[in-house]
Design a protein around this ligand. Structure first.
Ligand code: NAD
Ligand code: ZN
Length: 254
């Protein structure tokens, strides 16, 4: 079998102690969750202005809530794929290993990854826009189902919204700080299944590069980042990552 890694890549990987991984919608594509910007992506069917922003939620709460509930139900029944599981295994091979994800599906955690920084929130969590009380999934879904017009409301009367970052909103401060710190300190950085289009997430691989990290991209297509990376592994993450894990663990044992 042809090896994926060049000898320089191997050298850099085996001497790395701090690993950072940036993932985007592409890593969940093989689990059946559509990406945003590919040809079958979500935004080709519906415009983000219509759904993923606070004004839309405030004005058309029922429509937006129902759209999120539909996505939530799909994600609830979705399983991690071979790419997520390979990352879980890789976590054990390095002293420091963090996944920074733009995904809101929680599939890294479902696969067993422990150090996951969620930049754009998680669709399973919800909170009240007035008193900021958080609702776990069971409680939220029971409110949703028993509410007339599917407009979920808190005890205080406030609307309950998904804990995801909408267009025009700030990213959660702690997660963002941790992500920047992780990128700065990394010796090895992977950018996987992201079009590297949405900032500030797209800045992270550049920060890692500027601080001396070896940067590897895994994506079936080229992105705006490809020319800046040290190595582009072209293909689906569910196929490339298990091969990569095998190559890395074989060499580590030798
Ligand atoms: P994007 O849709 O802009 O880009 C997806 C990237 O994945 C593309 O570069 C594409 O070539 C690549 N890709 C497609 N199939 C792949 C595969 N099998 N293996 C590896 N790569 C593959 O997604 P993005 O860069 O994550 O955009 C950011 C926004 O999308 C974020 O705000 C995120 O919250 C949101 N999003 C999340 C989910 C999810 O949680 N699963 C789904 C859709 C969108
Ligand atoms: Zn409230």
């Amino acid at each position: 079998m042809k090896e994926l890694l060049t000898s320089i890549a191997k050298e850099r990987i085996y001497s790395s102690r701090k690993v950072a991984i940036l993932t985007g919608a592409g890593i969940s594509a093989e689990s059946g969750i559509p990406t945003f910007r590919d040809k079958d992506g979500l935004w080709t069917k519906i415009s983000p202005e219509e759904m993923a922003n606070f004004d839309a939620f405030y004005k058309n709460t029922q429509i937006v809530s129902e759209w999120y509930q539909k996505r939530r139900e799909i994600i609830e029944h979705t399983l991690p794929n071979a790419g997520h599981f390979a990352l879980r295994e890789l976590e054990h091979l390095f002293p420091s290993f963090h996944i920074i994800t733009q995904n809101i599906d929680g599939l890294h955690q479902k696969a067993g990854s422990e150090k996951v920084i969620e930049l754009h929130g998680n669709i399973m969590r919800n909170y009240c826009i007035d008193c900021k009380k958080y609702y776990e999934l069971d409680e939220f879904e029971s409110i949703y189902e028993h509410t007339e017009n599917h407009i979920p409301k808190c005890n205080c009367g406030g609307l309950i919204r998904p804990d995801v970052v909408w267009f025009g909103e700030q990213l959660p401060r702690k997660a963002l700080e941790k992500a920047f710190q992780t990128a700065e300190e990394a010796d090895l950085f992977f950018t996987i299944g992201t079009s590297a289009y949405v900032r500030p997430a797209a800045d992270l691989p550049i920060i890692a590069l500027q601080n001396g990290a070896y940067v590897i991209e895994i994506n079936p297509s080229k992105t705006g980042l490809t020319n800046f990376t040290h190595l582009h592994l072209q293909g689906k993450s569910g196929e490339i990552l298990p091969k990569l894990l095998e190559e890395i663990s074989l060499n580590l044992k030798q």
